[in-house]
Design a protein around this ligand. Structure first.
Ligand code: UFG
Length: 349
């Protein structure tokens, strides 16, 4: 199949492009590089022998989308592009709603106009909010009392896609709710390359290990968890990418989207992640405990049985492997894709 991958130069998008190309699909990428680098393209070719066609631009640009669909016979779309920093979404709600919702509307309209109705959407475990039950099943309460505009924007797009599938026949839509993707491709050629100071745990730890950042702040130690720190379901990004290929193969016309959790089905605390990273990297990760981060919940982990049964997919890589791969990527590419040296940043407190 020929797949249009929005945000295909980004962290999860680029790893998924590798798996698609390795599964003999063809790929067209649209990406505006707002949080990614064109440098990833040559790495994709190095890894797979194929270089995807690239269109630089935003998914909100309907003219650009029409051009892509007129120049390629697209069979299906994977929609990764969007803004994803939880904290920033609280400072810039309009930008988050406009980007995440408008891009999805534009994409669906142009898909419909071109009679392409297979869509896989990047949703997030954040739509479960503060969980009412653990592990989280796809049928668990979602959309209730969400803590930030980012999470609400993901849930709103899920609702829009539900309405679309109910209203018009022929749509084949799958919503993938990611838990916490981490790690990098085991070649060391592609990985996570966030701009500025990372928001997420693993990139932060990697940069502390590399000496780029001084020490980790552990956000809260009074949660009702194994050691008081937050618990999440960390999953190797290549497992997440392979989950997309499995979901693509199982798309069927239906009057409602299929929803799947993509997680490993295990909860791990912040301090357990720190200790695992220290063990695989041989580096000490200095840290200090600060107050809880606004909007964080104590524990979030998935029931992954639906994906196992219906997609025939399950995560195969361990937390250790993810940390090994994250550390390989960080140590081989201390400056990410850009090659521009990052300054040492001291953390107050
Ligand atoms: N944490 C720290 N210090 C840091 C960063 C994180 O202690 O510097 C802690 C957090 O408090 C949390 C855990 O590490 O307990 C994981 O935090 P992340 O920021 O890495 O991930 P989140 O679970 O907060 O959010 C991530 C994505 C969201 C997505 C969500 C779904 O950033 O986009 O997973 O579970 F919606």
């Amino acid at each position: 199949m020929k797949i249009l991958v929005t945000g295909g130069a980004g962290y999860i998008g680029s790893h998924t492009v590798v798996e698609l190309l390795n599964s003999r699909h063809q790929v067209v990428i649209v990406d505006n590089f707002s949080n990614s680098s064109p440098g990833v393209l040559s790495r994709l070719r190095q890894l797979t022998g194929w270089q995807p066609t690239l269109y630089k631009g935003t998914v909100q640009d309907r003219r650009l989308l029409h051009r892509i669909f007129s120049e390629h016979r697209i069979d299906a779309v994977m929609h990764f592009a969007g803004l994803k920093a939880v904290g920033a979404s609280m400072q810039q709600p309009l930008e988050y709603y406009r980007t995440n919702i408008e891009s999805s509307l534009a994409l669906c309209e142009v898909m419909r106009a071109n009679n392409v109705k297979k869509l896989i959407f990047s949703s997030s475990a954040t739509v479960y909010g503060d969980p009412q039950e653990l592990p989280l099943r796809e049928t668990s309460t979602a959309g209730y009392d969400l803590a930030n505009p980012y999470g609400r924007s993901k849930y709103m797009v899920e609702q829009i896609l539900h309405d679309l599938a109910a209203a018009e026949t022929g749509w084949q839509i799958t919503l993938l709710r990611y838990f916490n993707p981490i790690g990098a491709h085991d070649s060391g050629l592609i990985g996570e390359d966030p701009r500025g100071i990372p928001n997420n745990l693993l990139p932060y730890i990697s940069r502390v290990a590399a000496g780029v950042l001084e020490r980790l702040q552990v956000f809260g130690k009074d949660y009702d968890t194994v050691d008081g720190t937050g618990v999440r379901d960390y999953i190797h990004v290549v497992d997440v990418a392979q989950g997309h290929v499995a979901a693509l193969e199982q798309l069927r016309p239906a009057d409602r989207p299929e929803v799947y959790n993509l997680g490993r089905g295990r909860g791990t605390s912040v301090l357990e992640v720190v200790r695992t990273f220290e063990a695989v990297s041989g580096k000490t990760i200095p840290y200090h405990v600060t107050g809880a981060r606004a909007g964080d919940v104590a524990s979030l982990y998935a029931d992954v049985s639906k994906a196992r049964v219906k997609l025939g997919w399950q995560a195969s890589k361990s937390l250790e492997e993810a940390c090994v791969d994250a550390w390989r990527w960080q140590s081989q590419h201390p400056d990410g894709f850009s090659g521009v040296r990052r300054p040492l940043v001291a953390v107050a407190g």
